[in-house]
Write a protein that binds this ligand. Structure first.
Ligand SMILES: NC(=O)c1ccc[n+]([C@@H]2O[C@H](COP(=O)([O-])OP(=O)(O)OC[C@H]3O[C@@H](n4cnc5c(N)ncnc54)[C@H](O)[C@@H]3O)[C@@H](O)[C@H]2O)c1
Length: 254
């Protein structure tokens, strides 16, 4: 039997990039996948149902969960992947900073909070898995200067996401629900390319960045492994593999 046979997964931000790769892999492994995106161009593939929704809007989040349960009867996996990225220098105008705050936090945090809360009652019925897509900034640097983000609000949203990951893993352990984060470095997606002029990655950098499919495979490996409460690193330029399980006092792994 395929590994995710009879499982139902909600994947957010699934119209492109990492979310799209996760949706495809999970569907290939037998899951019913509800691919959610604010962009209506969500591709429907075999096993993937596309739903247009903005995860920063409570009514739309509740509709996603209601539609999923109505259609598939359960929710087993939630991948909180949708995120907004913007560079907001600390010297930018107040108006810009506060607009960016809402733009970033409403999706990267409030959206995760709302969709997870809406899914938890369904996950609790039969165990399940939440995976939050975070960023490598929250991990100990591998060498000097390698964790120096230019993006303060986006960076802060990912630190907070890891806080959710820790707390929810503890709260949901008794229900058999695992909660982990993938804290990744540069991965070749439209978001990453959007940070470079004309979307062109410098050749030396392009040779090191990860592929969305590698992150998708790591998400699958985490679910299969069954661990919980870990912020798991995936580093550009290194093999993308599941590290050994960490003890509870050392849950930020590199
Ligand atoms: N690509 C990288 O180098 C990198 C590095 C670290 C972390 N990440 C994280 O990985 C995840 C996926 O990133 P990506 O590079 O594939 O991004 P991407 O921008 O290429 O794709 C993100 C998708 O999310 C959707 N989305 C954004 N806000 C939404 C909302 N409110 N409601 C519904 N859909 C929404 C977008 O329409 C888009 O399709 C994000 O959480 C990102 O922060 C990416």
């Amino acid at each position: 039997m395929a590994m995710l046979e009879n499982k139902t997964a909600i994947v957010t931000g699934a119209a492109q990039g990492i979310g799209q790769a996760v949706a495809k892999l999970f569907a290939d492994k037998g899951a019913n996948v509800v691919a959610v995106d604010e962009n209506p161009a969500i591709s429907e593939a075999s096993g993937v149902v596309g739903l247009r929704a903005d995860v920063s809007q409570r009514a739309e989040v509740e509709q996603v969960v209601a539609t999923t349960v109505e259609r598939f009867g359960a929710i087993d996996i939630l991948v909180n992947n949708a995120a907004h990225w913007r560079q907001t220098p600390v010297t930018s105008s107040w108006e810009q900073a506060l607009e960016d705050w809402d733009y970033i936090m409403d999706t990267n945090l409030k959206g995760v909070l709302m969709l997870s809360r809406a899914c938890v009652p369904h996950l609790k019925q039969g165990g399940g898995n939440i995976i939050n897509m975070s960023a490598y900034y929250v991990l100990p640097a591998k060498s000097p200067g390698t964790n120096s983000p230019m993006t303060d609000l986006y960076n802060a949203s990912k630190w907070a996401l890891n806080g959710f990951t820790d707390a929810w893993a503890n709260q949901l352990a008794e229900h058999g629900v695992t909660v982990n984060a993938i804290c990744m470095g540069a991965t070749d997606t439209p978001m990453l390319r959007g940070a470079f002029p004309n979307g062109e990655l410098p050749p030396e950098f392009a040779a090191t960045v990860m592929k969305s499919e590698q992150i998708a495979q790591l998400a699958l490996d985490i679910i299969e492994d069954g661990r919980t409460g870990e912020n798991i690193g995936a580093w550009a330029g290194e093999p993308v593999t599941l590290p050994p399980r960490q003890p509870a006092y050392k849950r930020i792994t590199g």
